[in-house]
Design a protein around this ligand. Structure first.
Ligand SMILES: Cc1cc2nc3c(=O)[nH]c(=O)nc-3n(C[C@H](O)[C@H](O)[C@H](O)COP(=O)(O)OP(=O)(O)OC[C@H]3O[C@@H](n4cnc5c(N)ncnc54)[C@H](O)[C@@H]3O)c2cc1C
Length: 462
């Protein structure tokens, strides 16, 4: 505990990614009445991609984004920043929820990632992308079984993957916890998420998108042919509205019946010295997830900090306000996981600690909710796996909103909804018990394991 407390003592309770002099100035907030062909509510990755894709498809379309705070200050400026190809939260999850459509979802994932990367190249967005691959590390025997299944699927669908035994994974990244790994070497790696959001904002503005920041939507009025988005100082009317509001699930009261808003916590270390790095290895700089029940993820930044995340919490009534996480004690358990994972870094300090909202669904994957006779659509539910999938969510969401037809839109992922989730107070009781059980299930088992198995059977694959 002494190591944890002293390592956190100087940490700033703010996302490392957003604490950067490159952050652009805010755009003006909306005052008075305005019109647009398409209004997007939410200036995270989903909203920014939707605006860019809409303009690229039709430069004459008048597109506006309404953002409650600043662009990229929601989940998009707070993630681990691990880049993946899957659009369904990984191949195993895709196989769990839509086994019949696996080939199509794999194709869509590859097309999406190539489009994501092409936009960054075409527009000179420097977001520190490293195509270093992603590695799932097994912690314990159960973890090794999980990896086998994922490895077979990945091979079947043509991914460039290798399976590493304990010695081989130790040679990649040294940790007493890592018993094996699957390293997927293509179309994956890491990105600086805030630089990405700021780059996408620049591109959207250059294409003529109007962005209103510090403009929370306070209401929606359905005028029959159009929707009016009401804000504190203005109103904006459009025939089509995309709600890209992630865990805030704003836009219609029913959105939250499919989504639980949880928070995930993240730490950033000071930049490691060459000597500290040599204690780890990590020469190939992969983005890493582990198989612990309370999943941890980790990656290096361009200046060799470790970003280490993964400890979810739930607050009553889906509260997304990160003010609840501005106490340093909130991060002590996560810091403890860090030192269990990398005991050779006992001399390393944390510079930043923060949390971010996650839109958890029973599918763990993006879905689309249609409202207001088809004039409004919510796209979200990425469940902590949206750094690249948000482009896909935006693209499919726009197609549905615009009434397009094509065989991909007939697939279940685009047509159907994830399971209903009970309201409060049952949601709070269930979530709190689950979080409590999750914290120590791997060490203590017992009732915790039974509870987690039951939640799993209800549809949440924890
Ligand atoms: C801690 C953490 C770690 C993660 N790690 C990874 C990772 O390593 N890899 C990965 O692929 N994914 C990761 N994710 C998930 C990924 O960050 C998200 O899926 C993605 O950023 C979601 O983008 P979004 O645009 O849908 O939501 P957001 O970025 O949250 O944007 C939604 C926006 O809507 C705005 N808004 C809400 N209500 C209103 C309103 N009433 N009026 C106007 N605006 C409103 C908010 O202010 C916000 O800016 C992580 C997420 C978190 C929180």
């Amino acid at each position: 505990m002494t190591t944890v407390r002293s390592a956190l003592a100087e940490a700033t309770l703010y996302p490392f990614w957003l604490d950067n002099p490159l952050a652009p100035a805010s755009e003006k907030h909306l005052v008075g009445r305005a019109d647009a062909d398409l209004v997007i509510v939410g200036g995270g990755f989903t909203g920014l991609w939707a605006a860019i894709l809409a303009k690229q498809a039709n430069p004459g379309r008048d597109v506006a984004i309404i953002e409650a705070g600043k662009v990229g200050h929601g989940a998009s400026g707070r993630p681990g920043g691990i880049v993946s190809t899957s659009v369904m939260h990984g191949l195993s999850n895709a196989n769990r929820i839509f086994p019949q459509d696996l080939a199509a979802l794999e194709r869509l994932g590859k097309v999406n990632l190539d489009g994501w990367s092409k936009t960054l190249d075409d527009h000179g967005i420097d977001a520190d992308v490293e195509w270093s691959g992603e590695m799932t590390v097994a912690v314990g025997a159960g973890g090794l079984d999980e990896l086998q299944e994922e490895f077979q699927l990945a091979q079947r669908y043509g991914h460039n993957v290798v399976l590493l035994n304990r010695d081989e994974v130790q040679a990649e990244v040294a940790s007493p916890l890592f018993d094996g790994a699957m390293w997927s070497k293509e179309r994956s790696g890491t990105v600086h998420p805030a630089k990405l959001a700021w780059g996408l904002k620049r591109v959207a503005l250059s294409l003529g998108v109007r962005i209103y920041e510090h403009t929370p939507m306070t209401g929606v009025e359905d005028d029959g042919g159009t929707l009016t988005i009401v804000t504190h100082d203005g109103r904006i009317k459009a025939p089509r509205v995309l709600f890209a509001t992630n865990a805030w699930n704003a836009g219609h009261k029913k959105i939250k019946t499919r989504i639980v808003s949880v928070r995930d916590r993240v730490l950033a270390t000071e930049p490691l010295t060459a000597e500290q790095l040599s204690r780890l290895g990590w020469k190939n700089r992969q983005g890493i997830y582990d198989t612990r029940t309370q999943l941890n993820y980790m990656r290096l930044t361009r200046d060799n900090r470790i970003i280490f995340g993964g400890r979810v919490g739930y607050y009553f009534n889906n509260n997304t306000d990160p003010a609840g996480d501005r106490k340093i004690e909130t991060y002590e358990r996560l810091a403890g996981y860090f030192f269990n994972t990398f005991p050779q870094l006992a001399d390393v300090k944390f510079t930043h600690a923060w949390s971010g909202p996650i839109d958890l669904t029973m599918r763990l994957a993006v879905h689309f909710q249609r409202y207001y006779g088809g004039k409004g659509l919510y796209a979200g539910g990425y469940s902590g796996f949206g750094v690249t999938t948000t482009r896909f969510g935006a693209s499919i969401g726009l197609d549905i909103l615009d009434g397009k037809t094509n065989p991909d839109l007939e697939l279940d992922f685009a047509r159907t909804l994830p399971n209903w989730i009970p309201p409060e107070p049952f949601r709070w009781i269930g979530a709190k018990t689950t979080m409590y059980a999750l914290d120590e299930v791997d060490q203590k088992g017992g009732w915790r394991k039974l509870w987690i198995n039951m939640v799993h059977k209800m549809g949440f694959p924890l």
